[in-house]
Design a protein around this ligand. Structure first.
Ligand SMILES: N[C@@H](CCC(=O)N[C@@H](CS)C(=O)NCC(=O)O)C(=O)O
Length: 214
C-alpha cells in the first residue's frame, strides 16, 4: 500500500518529507489536513500526532510523526540511496551533520525562514526586531558551514545525505528579503544553490501533491 502523508501541502515540514520521498522516488499519497478548520487539533488527529501538528505518516497502520523522523524512517528502507550512511565513520559524520542542522541552523534559519515565507504568502510582516538578531547569529553559524563545505562537497562528506536536505525548506527562504547571507561565502553559496535547484525541491515549490509515480 502506498505511504499516506497526513499533512498540509504548503507547510514547510510537509515539504521536507515530500522532498526526501522524491529523492528516493517513493510514491506517496498526500491526505490534506484541513488546518484552517483545526482538523489537526481534533481528538482523532491528536491520537496519531499528540502535538497537533502536521505532518504524520501512515505506512500500513504504522504511524510516525516529526518530519525528520519520517524522512529517516523512509530513507532507512533504501540504504543504497546513501542518504543515511551505514559505515560507522560515515554514519558518525552524518549524525554530526544532522545535529548541526537541528541545533545550530534550525533555531535561527528555521525561525527566519518561516517568518519570511509567512510574510511572502500571507502578508504578515516579519518583525525586524526579531529577524535581525537571528540573522546575525545565523551569519556566525554559516562561518562554520563555510569551513565544513570548504573541505567537502556536502555537510557530511562528498555524498549528499539527509543532513543537507533537512535544511530545505527554510534554507530557501532565509534570503527572501534580499539578504546575501546564503550567497556571500563561496562554499556555502555553491552548496545552497545546488540544494535549492534540486528537482526534488522544485517539484513541490508550489505545494506538495500526491505523487503516485515518478
Ligand atoms: N518538529 C515538527 C514540527 C511540526 C510543525 O511545526 N508543523 C507545523 C507546520 S510546518 C504545524 O503543524 N503548524 C500548525 C500548528 O502548530 O498548529 C516536525 O518537524 O514535524
Amino acid at each position: 500500500m502506498v505511504l499516506k502523508l497526513y499533512a498540509v501541502s504548503i507547510s514547510t515540514c510537509t515539504r521536507r518529507t515530500a522532498t526526501i520521498f522524491h529523492e528516493l522516488q517513493v510514491p506517496f499519497e498526500l491526505v490534506e489536513v484541513d488546518w484552517k478548520n483545526n482538523a489537526h487539533k481534533t481528538p482523532e488527529f491528536l491520537e496519531k500526532q499528540p502535538f497537533g501538528q502536521v505532518p504524520y505518516l501512515d505506512d500500513e497502520g504504522f504511524i510516525v510523526y516529526e518530519s525528520r523522523a519520517i524522512c529517516r524512517y523512509v530513507a532507512a528502507k533504501y540504504p543504497e540511496s546513501g542518504l543515511i550512511p551505514t559505515d560507522p565513520k560515515a554514519n558518525a559524520l552524518f549524525e554530526q551533520a544532522v545535529s548541526v542542522e537541528l541545533t545550530r541552523f534550525e533555531p535561527t534559519g528555521g525561525k527566519i525562514g518561516l517568518a519570511l515565507y509567512t510574510q511572502k504568502t500571507s502578508g504578515v510582516v516579519a518583525d525586524k526586531a526579531i529577524i535581525d538578531p537571528l540573522m546575525a547569529t545565523l551569519d556566525k553559524t554559516l562561518e562554520g558551514y563555510e569551513v565544513i563545505l570548504g573541505k567537502h562537497r556536502y555537510l557530511a562528506g562528498d555524498t549528499l545525505t539527509l543532513a543537507d536536505l533537512f535544511h530545505l525548506p527554510y534554507l530557501s527562504y532565509v534570503g527572501l528579503q534580499g539578504s546575501d547571507i546564503m550567497t556571500k561565502r563561496p562554499n556555502v553559496a555553491r552548496w545552497y544553490s545546488e540544494l535549492i535547484g534540486r528537482p526534488s525541491w522544485l517539484a513541490y515549490v508550489d505545494g506538495v501533491k500526491s505523487t503516485l509515480e515518478y
